[in-house]
Ligand binder design. Structure first.
Ligand code: NAD
Length: 292
């Protein structure tokens, strides 16, 4: 029989991901802060729990997908948290993007309670979550990774164990650096092309066929063309991730000169009230700098 799943955090990513587990035949009990998301889970065939403790009590596997390190700590620790209320032997898979150190500390604290932990952040965005083609980067013990593999296979396509606890998060931090710099480069190209009077759609199509082509350029093309910045992936979350990669790189003495500049541009969008927009809104930052 399939393991019983508890799913904590039913947002842009967590809702479609948990629904993919239900489609794969898993029994899923969920908890999140918005009632409408709990209703959505129940309508999809899951069970809405009345509390975090109730959601995790009988679970074999607990998946968490919340915004950032403070939320992972809030749901994990304390009398009402996962570590106090999950059963011994449960496997806790945190798929949120958080600091590598938070993942390492969580694994250590959980070990004392007989709970095993994997960090398993993802890339692929909302579309990747809906279509179950996420890239999943995993840190933790090999045996736990093997146990979790069928769950991962219901959620994603590229599933790789990167090393010990925290290493999934380190790889995800690199992912966020590459994505932000790539969006920034595309946004600069878009403003440059428009100001030059070239047909933008034709330009992006031919660029995508060459070495400049990328998943970012393909997936964000319509956002750029239509100035459609509905998230997707919020600037607020990318700001969090640029902080994670900047700190982690400083800790190991790796230079991120271009990443540091893009981190500042992401922060500037947030400061101007655009934190709730999709990260393709870096285009706005370039437009402002260009006087557009
Ligand atoms: P979101 O804000 O849409 O969803 C977060 C969910 O967490 C919400 O449903 C909220 O109710 C829940 N939550 C927060 N605190 C909680 C608590 N104390 N108890 C229970 N539930 C709580 O965020 P998202 O876009 O789904 O992102 C989730 C994580 O995945 C983030 O770490 C993000 O960086 C990462 N991520 C997002 C994307 C994307 O494209 N959106 C892609 C890859 C990774």
């Amino acid at each position: 029989t399939l393991p019983k799943i508890a799913w904590i955090g039913l947002g842009i990513m967590g809702s479609p991901m948990s629904e993919n587990l239900i489609k794969a035949g898993y029994q899923v009990t969920g908890f999140t802060l918005e009632q409408e998301k709990l209703d959505r889970l129940a309508a999809a065939g899951g069970t809405a729990a009345g509390s975090l403790a109730e959601a995790v009590r009988d679970a074999d596997v607990i998946v968490t997908m919340v915004p950032a390190s403070p939320q992972v700590e809030a749901i994990s620790y304390g009398p009402d948290g996962i570590l106090e209320n999950a059963r011994k032997g449960a496997l806790l898979i945190d798929m949120s993007s958080i600091t590598p150190q938070t993942s390492v500390d969580l694994a250590t604290a959980a070990r004392d309670k007989g709970i095993r932990v994997l960090d398993a952040p993802v890339s692929g965005g909302e579309a990747g979550a809906v279509e179950a083609v996420l890239s999943i980067m995993v840190g933790g013990e090999q045996a736990d990774f093997e146990q979790a593999r069928p769950v991962f296979e219901a959620l994603g396509k590229t599933i790789v164990r990167c090393g010990p606890h925290g290493s999934g998060q380190t790889v995800k931090a690199a992912n966020q650096l590459i994505v932000a710099v790539n969006i920034q480069a595309c946004a600069e190209a878009v403003v440059f092309l428009e100001k030059s009077g070239v047909d933008l759609e034709a330009a992006l199509d031919v660029l995508n066929g060459g070495l400049a082509g990328s998943t970012v350029l393909t997936r964000k093309k319509d956002n750029f063309l239509g100035r459609d910045f509905k998230p997707g992936f919020r600037i607020d979350l990318h700001h969090k991730d640029m902080g994670i990669v900047t700190d982690a790189a400083r800790n190991v003495g790796a230079a991120l000169p271009v990443g540091a500049v893009v981190a500042q541009l992401v922060a500037s969008l947030r400061a101007q009230g655009d934190g709730g927009l999709d990260h393709s809104a870096l285009l706005r930052a370039v437009e402002r700098l260009s006087g557009a």
